[in-house]
Write a protein that binds this ligand. Structure first.
Ligand code: 4AD
Ligand code: MG
Length: 431
């Protein structure tokens, strides 16, 4: 019977077949340890002349790194470690034995070499673990939002206007229609959809052309935008808090093995529960200046500011009410101080920084058109968006998260390029 390594615990002392890859081999002549991988996990196959026979020994001898194989034998529980199983091999069938030496060896490789070989690097243990955690985060997001009454609405990638500012746009020639742009966020389209469905979210690739080279930036990344009618600033924060708690809980529940492989200290993750820390931008500026930052009162937080601030805390921090001038045109202003936006960014602890950006939206037609003009945007291309304030406008709010930044934080990975299968950076579009 063919089984998966992930299911081995249910087949102890049974004869089974595993199909996958031999990523490494130890031993020689008298005994071979085949390190096997099948997508669901990793397992060692033990081959000896006495137990496995000469034929299996000969076949094992021929295997080179990353040979694809079918290996048959008996599952045994590891004598020393709980929840670890081995295969006492009876038969080895090679599907393909690479003639060339596998480019990624056990020795240290530089990041450029690994990124050039991303199509192969994805097979290694840490990269395997990161993608499994990413998958849990995606599923947990759907689960939480569906439970909270959000339905998934897909927003377009080819768009006629900017969402997050015109300096970060990838431009394309769109047939006879003039310029088109790759979407920076589906938010504006979700605002249309809430008037039909109340609560919606999208989840897909978005694009940012800013020439930024930091460990937090990709030119293509996956964003989940959520938007809800009749939700105001405080409730917007509650939804984000609930979502993040659910995501971390699910990863802790389902990915212990992966977090082990990543050597992620899970203590900080276990502390992720509501309520998170909540501070205003003004408070944070004061705190940062005391810590030595030269940030000004009307400045956005820089990457270094975010790092410095979040290294101090072991809980995520909501930073609300930024100066309106550093934020997007669609944000509603704070009634108590018109110079502030009713916005909130969520910063992940341990030095990770911004993972979510969101706000209450301006819902008044006249104010919104004024904002569009103030931002030097063309009201003509936003006519459809302005219509939403003309026909049954309601208070509403939303937020967008960056999947790679959340994955990076939860996995404890420094640079987010490792959290997306095929990273796109300003100087990298291959493989
Ligand atoms: O803060 P941002 O730019 O917000 C928006 O786009 C809103 N329209 C979202 C909304 O309200 N629906 O982006 C949202 C999140 C950030 O908090 C960050 O996690 C991630 O997207 N992000 C990036 N991730 C990787 N590389 C980049 N260049 C990113 N830019 C933003
Ligand atoms: Mg932001």
């Amino acid at each position: 019977m063919i089984i998966t390594i992930g299911d081995a615990k249910n087949h102890v002392d049974k004869e089974v077949t595993i199909q996958g890859w031999m990523y490494n081999r130890r031993g020689s002549g008298k005994i071979y340890f085949l390190q096997l991988r099948d997508g669901t996990g990793f397992m060692q196959g033990v081959v000896t002349p006495q137990e496995s026979g000469e034929k299996a020994m000969e076949e094992s001898e021929k295997l080179t790194m990353e040979s694809s194989v079918k290996v048959t034998g008996t599952i045994t529980a590891h004598p020393k470690f709980d929840d670890v199983f081995e295969l006492q091999v009876k038969e080895v069938e090679a599907l393909q034995i690479p003639a060339d030496e596998y480019p990624i060896s056990k020795k240290e490789h530089g990041p450029d070499f690994l990124l050039d070989n991303r199509h192969l690097w994805l097979r290694s243990g840490k990269q395997w673990a990161i993608q499994r955690v990413r998958n849990t985060i995606i599923n947990a997001t759907y689960e939480y939002l569906n439970n909270e009454g959000f339905i998934k609405i897909d927003s377009p990638i080819l768009t006629p206007n900017a969402c997050e500012g015109t300096t970060e746009l990838f431009e394309i020639e769109y047939f006879d229609e003039g310029k088109g742009y790759l979407s920076q966020s589906g938010q504006l389209y979700l605002e249309a959809a809430i008037m039909s469905h109340g609560r919606v979210f999208d989840f897909g690739p978005v694009f940012r052309a800013e020439k930024s080279k930091t460990r937090r930036h990709l030119t293509e990344f996956w964003m989940m935008d959520a938007e809800a009618a009749f939700v105001e600033h405080d409730e917007n924060i509650k939804i984000q808090e609930g979502l993040m708690c659910h995501i971390v809980k699910k990863v802790l529940e389902l990915n212990q093995k992966e977090l082990n492989i990543l050597e992620r200290d899970t203590e900080p993750l276990k502390k992720i529960e509501a309520p998170f820390i909540r501070k205003t931008h003004a408070e944070v500026v004061k705190e940062l200046r005391e810590m030595g930052s030269d940030i000004q009162e009307n400045h956005d937080l820089g990457g270094d500011d975010e790092t410095m601030l979040t290294e101090k805390y072991d809980k995520p921090i909501f930073v609300e009410k930024y100066p309106a001038e550093v934020k997007a045109f669609y944000m509603k202003r704070d009634q108590e101080d018109e110079s502030r936006a009713l916005c909130v960014d969520l910063l992940a602890p341990e030095g990770y920084g911004e993972i979510i950006g969101g706000s209450q939206r301006e819902d008044d037609y006249d104010v919104l058109i004024k904002r569009i003009k103030e931002h030097n945007l063309d009201p003509k291309v936003f006519e459809w968006y302005l219509d939403l304030r003309k026909y049954g406008s309601v208070p509403h709010s939303g937020f967008g998260y960056g999947l790679e930044r959340i994955t990076g934080w939860i996995c404890g990975i420094k640079h987010i390029r490792e959290t997306i299968p095929f990273p796109r950076l300003i100087s990298r579009i291959r493989p």
